[in-house]
Design a protein around this ligand. Structure first.
Ligand code: TYD
Length: 211
């Protein structure tokens, strides 16, 4: 079977985890081997980088933050993602290069093009076959996170609402620029509706035809 690389993007509280779980079950029931993973933190080394980048108490310089995400990605892609794709698995990944471009490149102001090229270098050019953008009103997303976790936000989540608005718009701009790679789904819809939209794009990509 041909390996596939599918990434999920969107703000916090958009439902990426729920949708990834539903999609994994659907694919596995149809005989695909799915590797579910995430950035940052998809490897043992990545777990340690994730701890620094999300929970460091003092100031983290924006360029250092960008390089930490890139380091996590470089190790993750080489040791886990590429081997899985080469085996013919479906890799379903929470966040990838588009997150770096939106958060570090645009919202932190480091420059979208520079962060994309840094990230592509880190990933040695590995591009997703499909990127699912779960688009959601920022206030709704934050309320979901607060309800689920009782107001404990990590370093990035603690940024002001304007930062997250910028992130949201950056994702939408990327999707508009690469319509063949992106599927934009309204994450304000019900979970089953969102899942239906996702399956209709993933099915053809992995050779599942359910009419
Ligand atoms: P995520 O794993 O989605 O958080 P959680 O499990 O708490 O929902 O993402 C962690 C945070 O890292 C999120 O706020 C987005 C941010 N992030 C970046 O800023 N740049 C990146 O390149 C990536 C992958 C994530």
């Amino acid at each position: 079977m041909t390996g596939r690389f599918i990434t999920l993007e969107g703000g916090d509280g958009a439902g990426k985890t729920t949708q990834a779980e539903l999609l994994t079950a659907w694919l596995e029931e149809r005989g695909r081997t799915v590797v579910r993973t995430r950035e940052p933190g998809g490897t043992d080394l990545g777990v340690r980088i994730r701890e620094i980048v999300l929970h460091e108490r003092g100031h983290v310089a924006p360029r250092a933050e960008a390089l930490l995400y890139a380091a996590d990605r470089a190790h993750h892609v080489e040791t886990l993602v590429r081997p899985a794709i080469a085996r013919g698995d479906v890799v379903l990944q929470d966040r990838y290069i588009d997150s770096s471009v939106a958060y570090q490149g645009v919202a932190r102001g480091l420059g979208a093009e520079q962060i994309r090229s840094l990230s592509e270098w880190a990933a040695d050019g590995l591009a997703p076959d499909l990127t699912i953008l779960l688009d959601l009103d920022v206030a709704v997303g934050r309320a979901r996170v607060a309800a689920a976790r009782g107001d404990t936000f990590d370093r990035l989540e603690s940024e002001a609402e304007a930062f997250h608005e910028t992130v949201r718009q950056a994702f939408l701009d990327m999707a508009a620029a690469e319509p063949r790679r992106f599927l934009v789904v309204d994450a304000g819809a019900s979970a089953p509706e969102v899942q239906r939209a996702i399956r209709s794009a993933v099915g053809p990509l992995v050779g599942i035809d359910e009419g």
